[in-house]
Design a binder for this molecule. Structure first.
Ligand SMILES: Cc1cc2nc3c(=O)[nH]c(=O)nc-3n(C[C@H](O)[C@H](O)[C@H](O)COP(=O)(O)OP(=O)(O)OC[C@H]3O[C@@H](n4cnc5c(N)ncnc54)[C@H](O)[C@@H]3O)c2cc1C
Length: 426
């Protein structure tokens, strides 16, 4: 039985027998940047992998959410901090000529002209004094195509339009996961589960401890047909150049634009915010057209198909990272990231931040790992989500071979495997 307690007004379902449709080594719930990375890493390390995604494409916020900036892959001092599958994705998108980033020779350059150039692409953030970062602007469709390619090559089985709904917990083990799609309710019996839902759906339903943050929603959008100002001209309005010629990215939303914070796990609040944000985006596009030089012929060519949710549930797991962990080394570090608004600093992520307290065959990856609100500001970015995904997938494959207990994975073996597969660790 799931551990979550039911309210007094509840219903016992008459037909609770469901067919078992798969018995994978590793089940990844959620196909965002973290889930993609977790699934590919698990498969490349020998596991039979099933990846569930409620929408029709991989990438989550990084593709459908139009958060099309990888911030950041360096430590803000000219050294690369995230490699592995994230770098591989960049390389694959580069082959499609669908990215833009500063060459290695420019990383850490303080030249104000160069900094301003990359800032116009959305690649420099925070308060100065600034230097050029190794951050990457990309095309969302190129992300989706590269992701398709990666899961196909790794022989990951992907089920789109499928919700991961209900873990069945026996003792300290998730013995099954109930899913829902057009075929109805079905059960999966995995050895190891990775919660990469962004919102920690699985750990929450399994009764694990989490913190929930209410946030102002965002809804980023693309406008086409804009004439960009000359590099020397003043920039009016907040928008970024993109690799798509003539498309600009408008990072709309947040505190300055929306009226109130929402709980992204509350369907009523999300639905109301979606409708409100779409209206407000249309009004904003109208204002840009009328009031911004170069936008006279511009039109909205794509709006994110999901709200931009910076934060919802965060696991409170074996180790909760706090701001004191900045630049701290951990013997069980399995991922590293810089900070997109800070220079010359890193967070090393310990394996324990992927481990729920009460479950032995579940790992989390991506924006719902066990960190506090401040550290989340750094670890929620796409490159670290891919790095924790790669670590979770690799650990899950190692665990699946030995019966599925993720606590018994030798961290030295895990770290060695990750380093062999181009991850960057402290
Ligand atoms: C406004 C905003 C701006 C940001 N700016 C940047 C930036 O410039 N650069 C940067 O690097 N990062 C940025 N981020 C952070 C980054 O985009 C996200 O934190 C990151 O993409 C999260 O990846 P994820 O895989 O953990 O989660 P998600 O991308 O949310 O992926 C979760 C996936 O799981 C699926 N899913 C969820 N629940 C279920 C379920 N029950 N069953 C099946 N599937 C499910 C979802 O459909 C989704 O595909 C920003 C975020 C926001 C909101």
């Amino acid at each position: 039985m799931p551990r979550g307690s039911l309210p007094s007004d509840s219903l016992t379902l008459p037909n609770s027998r469901v067919p078992v449709v798969a018995r994978p080594d590793v089940l990844v719930a959620g196909g965002g940047s973290a889930g993609l990375s977790a699934a590919v890493a698990a498969a490349r390390n020998g596991a039979d992998v099933l990846l569930l995604e409620r929408f029709s494409y991989l990438g989550g916020l990084a593709s459908g959410g139009l958060i099309i900036l990888l911030l950041t892959m360096d430590d803000g001092a000219g050294r690369q901090a995230v490699g592995g599958l994230c770098q591989e994705l960049v390389d694959r998108m580069e082959r499609r000529q669908a990215i833009y980033y500063p060459p290695r020779s420019s990383w850490n350059d303080p030249d104000p002209k160069l900094v301003e150039h990359y800032a116009r692409w959305g690649l420099v953030w925070g308060s100065g004094p600034h230097r050029v970062r190794y951050s990457v602007a990309f095309d969302p469709q190129a992300f989706v195509l590269a992701a398709d390619e990666m899961v196909k090559e790794a022989a990951v089985r992907v089920l789109y339009q499928t919700w991961a709904c209900e873990p069945v917990v026996e003792g300290r083990t998730v013995t099954a996961l109930v899913i829902q799609n057009k075929a109805g309710r079905q059960a999966i019996i995995p050895k190891v589960v990775i919660d990469a839902t962004g919102d920690g759906d699985i750990i929450a339903a399994a009764g694990e401890r989490f913190e929930l943050e209410r946030v102002h929603p965002w809804l980023w959008f693309l406008m086409s047909g804009a004439q960009l100002p000359e590099p020397s001209a003043e920039r009016r309005g907040l928008y970024f150049q993109t690799p798509g010629k003539g498309h600009v990215l408008v990072p709309w939303g947040g505190e300055a634009r929306t009226t109130h914070k929402i709980d992204a796990t509350n369907p009523d609040e999300v639905s109301a915010a979606l409708a409100e944000c779409r209206q407000l985006v249309a009004e904003e596009a109208g204002r840009l057209k009328q009031g911004t030089p170069g936008f006279e012929d511009a039109y909205v060519s794509m709006t994110a198909d999901q709200l931009g949710i910076t934060e919802s549930r965060r696991l409170q797991g074996e180790y909760v990272m706090t701001r004191d962990d900045l630049d701290r080394e951990f013997p069980d570090a399995i991922a590293r990231t810089g900070h997109w608004t800070k220079y010359d600093c890193v967070y090393n992520v310990p394996y324990r931040s992927l481990l729920p307290l009460g479950l032995d065959n579940v790992l989390v990856a991506g924006r719902c790992i066990s960190v506090d609100h401040r550290v989340h500001h750094a670890t929620k970015e796409i490159p670290p989500c891919m790095a924790t995904g790669q670590a979770a997938g690799t650990a899950a494959a190692l665990a699946a071979r030995e019966g599925g207990n993720v606590r018994q994975v030798p961290v030295s073996t895990l770290r060695k495997r990750l380093l062999e597969q181009a991850a960057i660790l402290g």
